[in-house]
Design a protein around this ligand. Structure first.
Ligand code: HEC
Ligand code: HEC
Length: 292
């Protein structure tokens, strides 16, 4: 009787819906299921394989920016440490920026910078309450720099210092064209996409590594083979070598943020100074310059 029922059900169901009782159909479904599971696993593994073939490379300064974000530094010091947040009663009425040379007015050495972060003040200054309900009260200003010592994990202070150094805007080359170029780099906002001093790591969905490359290390060496290619990147937003490579071209087309083509907006001379400054950044001498 049950068998008859089964046959009757098959007769009224549309032919596309297979009867689960049929052995060959069942086997086909199992094969399909296995195929789906295998494909799904491969899909899940793809990012792992990709990061193995194209390893992401992170500069200490880029890691330090993430630490600064996680510690809430930008809630007071503004996006990217650009300042501008009001502080009634404070110096100039605002919380100082972490960029544009302002650090020099507060700390005169790297060890003072460490003290500011750990204790909210230079140790030579008078102690003030920097935590709890009473934080800042009696200091004549609404907001004080907190003492971060209890909140900073192992190694994070070093990363913060690397970030603050790169973000300070205090390091400049002594050669004229490169110095003029670096002014222009600051002015055009190249570091907004390429990270402070071109240390990279700013998010870029759909790109090969998930971030905008910097002007340092292996990533840079792979993207820029020589001065001619550097000029192509700046003027055309892409190098001839990458445009002519179908696979690379596809990835670059797909990414959310693209390198702007500055060629039609800048003079040859301006592009020359940009090239000099990017080459100076890539040579990494700025990393040896003390900050502040
Ligand atoms: C609650 C707001 C607040 C937060 C959060 C904060 N700061 Fe500050 N910071 C200040 C204020 C205000 C000053 C100015 C000194 C003062 O008035 O105490 C300052 C000064 C500084 C200075 C010296 C001046 C300058 O601009 O260079 C540095 C460096 C600094 N902070 C780094 C940091 C870092 C790094 C973090 C995150 C770990 C951080 N701050 C988080 C409020 C804050
Ligand atoms: C809107 C974001 C953005 C801005 C602004 C920007 N770039 Fe780029 N740049 C990119 C992206 C994204 C790439 C990656 C290109 C790729 O893989 O397609 C790139 C690539 C490059 C490269 C190739 C090598 C490398 O390692 O980065 C150079 C050189 C470069 N940019 C220089 C500059 C200069 C100089 C400026 C300022 C005049 C600038 N960029 C401004 C997004 C930007």
């Amino acid at each position: 009787m049950a068998g008859d029922w089964g046959r009757w059900t098959i007769a009224v169901l549309p032919p596309a819906l297979p009867a689960a009782g049929d052995k060959t159909v069942k086997r086909a479904l199992i094969v399909l299921l296995i195929a789906v599971v295998v494909a799904e696993q491969a899909w899940l593994l793809a990012p792992l394989v990709k990061s193995w073939i194209f390893p992401p490379r992170e500069d200490a300064a880029a890691a330090g920016r993430r630490v600064a974000e996680s510690l809430g530094c930008f809630s007071c010091h503004g996006p990217g440490g650009s300042g501008g947040i009001k502080n009634p009663g404070g110096r100039d009425g605002v919380i100082p920026a972490l960029s544009g040379g302002e650090m020099m007015m507060w700390a005169s050495s790297e060890s003072e910078l460490r003290e500011l972060i750990l204790y909210g003040r230079k140790l030579a200054d008078e102690p003030e309450e920097r935590s709890g309900y009473a934080a800042g009260q009696g200091t004549g200003r609404a907001i004080v720099m907190p003492a971060f010592e209890p909140h900073i994990g192992a190694g994070e202070l070093e990363l913060l210092i690397a970030y603050l150094g790169a973000n300070s805007g205090l390091q400049f080359p002594s050669e004229k064209p490169a110095a003029a170029g670096l002014e222009l780099v600051h002015e055009l906002g190249c570091f907004r996409c390429h990270g402070p001093m071109g240390t990279g790591g700013v998010a870029n969905p759909g790109s090969l590594k998930g971030y905008v490359p910097g002007f340092w290390g292996q990533d840079y060496a792979e993207l820029v083979a020589d001065r001619a290619e550097l000029r192509q990147w700046i003027a055309n937003g892409i190098s001839d070598r990458f445009r002519d490579n179908p696979l690379a071209g596809m990835v670059i087309e797909r990414q959310a943020v693209k390198m702007p083509a500055y060629g039609e907006f800048l003079s040859e001379k301006e592009i020359d100074t940009l090239i000099a400054s990017i080459e100076w950044l890539a040579a990494a001498h700025w990393r040896d310059m003390p900050v502040p």
